[in-house]
Design a protein around this ligand. Structure first.
Ligand code: AMP
Ligand code: MG
Length: 312
């Protein structure tokens, strides 16, 4: 088990020697390593059981450090200015192939970068001085950890230090947007919404619409974010032995609700924690009330469909 560390200096030292560190971010807890150290990056894939074709996100301290790693066009720059620090990842042509090693990029000519909104994460990266890859600290395919305890339970065995930054405020992984060949595409919905992005850069290319290879998101597996219990979405009620995660007033037991008032931000923040808590009760299944499709609902529904194994 990692030493819980209150000292960023200790975590920076571990990163510098190729070790892994559990770090808080505003989205979910991450399992972090030096992005330029192929052995350290390999240890992340190993600890998570993550397929090597699924590239990692390089976390950087600021937009300047991002542009040292990636080539931004004016629209990428506009998105960075509007949403960083925060839960938006930009996929752009790679500039520095050593700072974010081949394995971290799954051999692609593009790189995913983001400046996290969590001040502690930024301070750590800034003190380390180089990009840090930090995929969610769960074992591959499982729900992402949004609390320190869940992160340590998932991949603590592989980490040499762990920073407790409290519960994650956002609760779902970052929005991933590619900005390649003058085209902007949404690869993964998140809490920066499609509507917010389109207001800034115009209509997003539809998935698979002549965007070329670069606009594909290699790691988006059908069954992902899944607890042990089967997940049933768009449920009106719990069937025998199921736990219902409700949304909005009157939907099931309020103790299990994603948001009793029907608030999408609250539902996102609660989503993975409730899935994990429900799973611990060993129900026959986890049913989830319908969630609106707009705004942050797009990301919540995306994670739920994958937890239920519905989409490719
Ligand atoms: P995670 O680190 O688990 O939050 O996932 C990172 C996400 O970003 C995955 O869905 C990847 O497929 C996507 N991603 C990372 N790098 C690239 C890239 N160069 N091109 C396309 N998608 C990427
Ligand atoms: Mg993940």
């Amino acid at each position: 088990m990692p030493r819980a560390s209150d000292s960023d200096a200790e975590a920076v030292r571990v990163l510098g020697t190729g070790g892994l560190v559990i770090i808080p971010t505003e989205t979910v807890y991450g399992l972090a390593a030096d992005a330029g150290n192929a052995e350290a990056v390999a240890a992340i894939f190993e600890a998570k059981g993550r397929p090597r074709f699924n590239p990692l996100i390089a976390h950087v301290a600021d937009a300047m450090q991002a542009e040292a790693v990636a080539l931004f066009d004016p629209r990428a720059r506009a998105l960075a200015e509007a949403f960083w620090p925060g839960p938006l990842t930009l996929v752009a042509p790679v500039r520095d192939r050593t700072g974010v090693c081949d394995l971290a990029r799954a051999g692609l000519d593009s790189v995913a970068v983001r400046v996290p909104g969590h001040a502690r994460a930024r301070a750590l990266i800034s003190a380390f001085g180089r990009p840090v890859v930090a995929p969610s600290a769960n074992r591959s395919g499982r729900p992402s950890p949004t609390t320190f305890a869940d992160a340590v339970e998932e991949t603590g065995f592989a980490a040499r230090a762990a920073i407790n930054g409290g519960p994650c405020a956002v609760g779902v992984e970052s929005t991933v947007v590619s900005v390649l060949d003058g085209r902007v595409a949404l690869l993964r919905p998140g809490s920066v919404t499609r509507e917010e992005i389109e207001a800034l850069v115009g209509p997003l290319a539809r998935f698979g619409e002549g965007g070329g290879e670069g606009h594909r998101s290699p790691g988006r597996l059908t069954l992902h974010y899944a607890p042990d219990a089967p997940v049933r979405i768009e449920a009106a009620d719990a069937r025998g032995g199921e736990i219902l995660l409700g949304f909005g007033p009157g939907a099931g037991d309020p103790r299990w609700s994603l948001s009793p008032t029907g608030d999408l931000r609250e539902a996102a923040a609660n989503l993975f924690r409730r899935l994990r808590e429900a799973d611990r009760e060993r129900p026959t299944g986890i049913a989830v009330s319908p969630i609106p499709a707009h705004g942050l609902g797009e990301a919540i529904n995306d994670r739920l469909r994958r937890a239920a194994g519905y989409v490719g």
